[in-house]
Design a protein around this ligand. Structure first.
Ligand SMILES: C[S@@+](CC[C@H](N)C(=O)[O-])C[C@H]1O[C@@H](n2cnc3c(N)ncnc32)[C@H](O)[C@@H]1O
Length: 280
């Protein structure tokens, strides 16, 4: 999923959102949600916001801990929200842009954002919005993929694809890893007025029924597929079988290691009107 286009440009069909919930949430996204909720210390009665909630796996895990009525999920994609409403009863699902959250200042004990910051065109603006809606004693916790250099399966796969399809393959396939430099990422929080209180890097797994299914997911969800010939695509599939062999089981299923960064922060000093310039 590459989400760097204006809102109307990346609305996905409902079938794609249903497939996301049925396939990709259990195979990949669900594993991180308890980690992110732990990082933010979510407990009973806390008010929680899930920014770029997708079909809402983080919001649902937060609801188990805080109570569904305490939880809000925001996403730009209507189809994702339609599925979220079906599987996440009692949660307040809202349509909105991370860079202009349709929510009041200082209203959440925890603001969470999982696997989405790298897609935002204005990352500092989105973090600033998370800081704005967090309570003064609240927590902002963000989880993103670590860099390609730290990914033992995705790194060699993208290198191989770039050998087959040229530099365009790297620039199209590395969107997911665009926030992978932890120091740079922490720097964005500072620029957004957030005070980083903890960072961590953890490992998990991306599961696929086969290497071909992995390649189809990674290549066909980007414009790369339309830009390469059938022959080049075939060579990428063959190359993937080689570079991913260490992570492929005898039955053909793939368990690709995947590393993520988690950053936890608190709202810093709020912007004040410059002294001596008050008209009242
Ligand atoms: C990879 S999905 C992750 C969804 C969810 N957080 C999860 O872990 O399953 C990325 C989500 O970011 C959303 N998104 C992208 N840009 C956005 C923006 N500017 N504002 C709100 N949501 C956005 C997409 O619609 C998509 O649902």
């Amino acid at each position: 999923m590459t989400n760097t286009q204006p809102a109307e440009a990346f609305q996905i069909p409902i079938e794609a959102a249903e497939a996301y919930e049925a396939t990709f949430v259990p195979a990949f996204f669900a594993q991180w949600a308890p980690i992110l909720c732990d990082a933010a210390g979510i407990g009973a009665g806390h008010t929680v916001l899930d920014v770029a909630c997708g079909t809402g796996i983080v919001a649902r895990v937060a609801a188990e801990r805080a109570g569904a009525a305490q939880v809000t999920g925001v996403d730009l994609n209507e189809a994702m929200l339609t599925v979220a409403r079906r599987v996440g009863a009692g949660i307040d699902w809202r349509h909105g842009d991370a860079a202009a959250l349709p929510l009041a200042d200082r209203s959440f004990d925890a603001v969470l954002c999982q696997m989405a910051l790298m897609f935002f065109p204005d990352r500092i603006g989105a973090l600033r919005e998370m800081a704005r809606v967090a309570a003064p004693s609240g927590t902002v916790a963000v989880l993103v993929p670590a860099g390609l250099g730290a990914q033992p399966a995705y790194g060699p796969f993208v290198d191989m694809a770039a050998r087959q399809a040229g530099p365009q393959a790297r620039s199209l396939l590395d969107t997911y890893f665009a926030c992978g430099d932890l120091d740079e990422l922490a720097g964005l929080f500072g620029q957004a007025g957030l005070r980083v209180t903890g960072t961590g890097t953890l490992g998990g797994t991306a599961r696929f029924g086969s290497v071909d299914a992995f390649v189809a997911t990674e290549v066909e969800s980007t414009p790369l597929r339309e830009r390469i010939s059938a022959e080049v695509y075939h060579r990428i599939k063959q190359g993937a079988r080689e570079v991913l062999a260490p992570f492929t089981a005898p039955d053909g299923t793939l368990a690709a290691p995947f590393h993520v960064h988690v950053v936890r922060a608190r709202p810093g000093l709020r912007t004040r009107r410059p002294a001596g310039r008050c008209s009242a």
